[in-house]
Design a protein around this ligand. Structure first.
Ligand code: SF4
Length: 175
């Protein structure tokens, strides 16, 4: 939900902001992606974590535990064997959480879409916020996706996971 602060006094720069505004602001300036990759796109994701891109200046810190992460970057092919593990890691992350499908394998199965063992897009098993096309996408494309998620957070938009959970509640389905 988008909430604007109220400027009480221009001269003394007093700003009164609802808690929701401050929460949106914090969510929009912090993103902790899970260190997790399943195929060659992960090499590009690792490059984003390198000094060249300096993601820390945006508040982006890669984490090793799903319990500390709020963003899952699906970097690589998802086959039927690893799909339950991907879902388990996703479920171990607490809300609000975000998913970026990086590369054509994660988006739609990519060059292996005809394979008997390949999931045809990670959105078949978990809700996705941003799709990044390419085989592989450049690190700049992933950076752009991370910044897009953070911008949406600042604007107070719900993540795909929150929309999914709200729809399930409305339908009376247990999560
Ligand atoms: S999209 Fe291309 S680079 Fe990325 S995991 Fe699939 S085959 Fe590898």
């Amino acid at each position: 939900m988008a909430v604007d602060p109220v400027i009480v006094d221009e001269e003394s720069k007093i700003l009164v902001a609802p808690l929701q505004f401050l929460m949106n602001w914090a969510r929009g300036h912090s993103m902790w992606p899970l260190t997790f990759g399943t195929a060659c796109c992960a090499i590009e994701m690792m490059t984003v974590g390198s000094a060249r891109y300096d993601t820390e200046r945006y508040g982006i810190f890669f984490r090793n535990s799903p319990r500390q992460a709020d963003c899952m970057i699906i970097a690589g092919t998802i086959n039927l064997k690893i799909a339950p593990r991907v879902k388990l890691l996703y479920e171990q992350m607490s809300l609000p959480k975000y998913v970026i499908a990086m590369g054509s394998c994660a988006v739609s199965g990519g060059p292996f879409a005809d394979g008997y063992n390949v999931v045809q897009g990670v959105d078949q098993i978990i809700p996705v916020d941003i799709y990044v096309p390419g085989c592989p996408p450049r690190p700049e494309a992933l950076m752009n996706a991370l910044l897009m998620v953070m911008e949406r957070n600042s604007a107070g938009e719900l993540s795909a996971a929150e929309v999914f959970a709200a729809e399930h509640r409305a339908l009376g389905v247990s999560e």
